[in-house]
Write a protein that binds this ligand. Structure first.
Ligand SMILES: *[C@@H]1O[C@H](CO)[C@@H](O)[C@H](O)[C@H]1NC(C)=O
Ligand SMILES: *[C@@H]1O[C@H](CO)[C@@H](O)[C@H](O)[C@H]1NC(C)=O
Ligand SMILES: *[C@@H]1O[C@H](CO)[C@@H](O)[C@H](O)[C@H]1NC(C)=O
Ligand SMILES: *[C@@H]1O[C@H](CO)[C@@H](O)[C@H](O)[C@H]1NC(C)=O
Length: 480
């Protein structure tokens, strides 16, 4: 009896011990498993983010001459950069697009060698360090000559050039139509993103017209036939200011005061551009913009401002505003000797457009005409891009296009760097034909940096830009 009792006790103790042992063992096992999991995750993280060591990059080291090897070793850094895997699961919250009109690959190559100091030759622009590059086919080179406004529409609406709807003489029906294509900017607005457009030309130029979803052959009302005014047609300037896309824009900065208003200051440093259209008597769309915003602010508190001088823009505490309209010149910005720099306009725009918890789409256009100092202009863009901090939420795209278009349809007489028609192009000596072909629009270069920049590679149609931006922003973390 005693023995049985004793045995029972021993058994209980042992059972207790074994339970403890199981507990301890279980804990140890769990710890090991968690550790292994952590190590696994860390290793994966490191593999994904590690910059491979110079010594790790293999090449046929013993198959090159020693004098050759020096160069192979020096090239490791660039090779490493290229080897870094473009796997990035994240989508950007914001997209910034810089469109440079008037520069192509040939120019970019030439400008690398222009530094006066020989040691500084072959300097890079910031976009040269962007990890991804694509070429966009320019459909204008197949349908030459083409109208710049249609090319802009194709690019910003993602519709092929020959499918872009014609502007209708009966505008009203067209404007009200549900079939109206939406620019990428309007799509972004409808998806709840903040939007901005900055240009060094007038805001009513072809890019502004396309982004603002305007449909008209007239930049302003000066040359609009009475009949079309009566049938309810509106010029681009009016549609931009009173249309739903323009009204929703958080930032518009550019030139074009004379298209918006008859009351323009005519100064020595900012004369009216006689080659561009001017508003008819009595019109003041700047005032209308202000009144419109005042009315809006009664329904929903918004902070807005109209800015017309560089010093006003400089002193603007931009981050506190919901809407900024900056009209910085009568015509294009190049016509105003006191116009703000591209850098200032972009910096202020980013301040306005950046709000916590809300993504944005900012489109910046820099027009470089053939008589301008292209290198200087590109350096301004370089500075602008350097000043913008790279951030992990933002996809930055820089597009370079040579913008040779003839534009027979619009009312603007200035835009006529007309090139011969295609038939005439092939009518001449071999040398003449070659020279003419060189003047045709070439592919657009697209440099990309930031989350999902890896999708911009290879040769793509020009409509790819709108499709790709629409994709990355639709998947962005703004939507949950
Ligand atoms: C572009 O900016 C970078 C950084 O400031 C500078 O190092 C580089 O020289 C600039 N490129 C040119 C061509 O000016
Ligand atoms: C177009 O829309 C406006 C405003 O919604 C309306 O006043 C006008 O009557 C419409 N026109 C046509 C032709 O439907
Ligand atoms: C600028 O605006 C922000 C946001 O409204 C505010 O916090 C800040 O104090 C302002 N700065 C100045 C100098 O007024
Ligand atoms: C082509 O050139 C020839 C000779 O110069 C000329 O006679 C002819 O009219 C030209 N054709 C076209 C389409 O320009």
């Amino acid at each position: 009896m005693v023995t049985t009792q004793r045995t029972k006790e021993i058994c209980q103790v042992v059972r207790l011990k074994s339970t403890q042992v199981f507990l301890v063992a279980g804990t140890v096992l769990l710890t090991v498993m968690v550790s292994l999991l952590c190590i696994g995750l860390m290793t994966r993280y490191e593999v994904e983010h590690d910059v491979a060591n110079v010594a790790d990059v293999d090449y046929w080291k013993d198959k090159v001459a020693p004098t050759q090897k020096i160069w192979y070793d020096k090239g490791i850094e660039e090779l490493n950069e290229a080897l870094r895997s473009p796997r990035d699961p994240l989508y950007p919250r914001n997209v910034r697009i810089f469109l440079v009109q008037g520069v192509d690959a040939r120019d970019l190559a030439a400008f690398r060698f222009t530094a006066k100091d020989i040691t500084e030759r072959n300097t890079n622009f910031v976009w040269d360090q962007f990890p991804h590059l694509a070429r966009l086919k320019n459909s204008c080179s197949q349908q030459f000559p083409c109208q710049v406004d249609r090319v802009s529409r194709a690019l910003w609406s993602g519709i092929p050039l020959d499918e872009v709807p014609e502007s209708q003489p009966d505008c009203e029906e067209f404007i009200n139509g549900t079939e109206t294509p939406l620019s990428i900017l309007r799509q972004a607005q409808l998806a709840g993103l903040r939007t901005g457009f900055v240009t060094t030309q007038r805001i009513t130029g072809s890019t502004g017209a396309a982004l603002g979803n305007t449909y008209s052959n007239y930049e302003c009302d000066e040359r609009m036939p009475l009949g079309s005014l009566k049938s309810g047609c509106q010029d681009i300037a009016r549609q931009l200011i009173t249309g739903v896309t323009g009204k929703s824009l958080n930032v518009i900065i550019g030139g074009g005061r004379q298209m918006l208003s008859t009351l323009v200051p005519k100064t020595r440093w900012d004369p009216v551009d006689e080659l561009l259209c001017e508003s008819n008597d009595g019109r003041n769309l700047l005032k209308e913009w202000r009144n419109q915003k005042l009315r809006e602010s009664k329904i929903k508190p918004i902070k807005f401002d109209l800015v017309q001088r560089t010093d006003e823009l400089e002193s603007l505490n931009a981050s506190s505003f919901d809407h900024i309209l900056g009209i910085m010149a009568n015509g294009d910005l190049r016509g105003n000797a006191r116009a703000p720099s591209l850098k200032l306009m972009v910096e202020k725009s980013v301040e306005v457009i950046k709000k916590p918890g809300q993504g944005y789409l900012l489109i910046v256009e820099q027009l470089i005409k053939s008589d301008m100092d292209k290198i200087k202009e590109l350096q301004l863009l370089n500075e602008t891009l350097v000043s913008l901090q790279e951030d992990k939420d933002t996809l930055t795209l820089v597009l370079m296009t040579n913008a040779i278009y003839s534009k027979p349809s619009l009312d603007v007489s200035e835009e006529t760097e007309t090139i011969n028609h295609l038939m005439q192009t092939f009518n001449g000596t071999e040398l003449e034909i070659q020279q003419r072909l060189h003047q045709m629009p070439s592919d657009t270069l697209l440099f990309a940096r930031g989350p999902k920049s890896a999708i911009f590679r290879g040769v793509r149609k020009e409509t790819f830009l709108a499709h790709a931006v629409s994709h990355v922003l639709s998947r962005s973390r703004n939507n949950g």
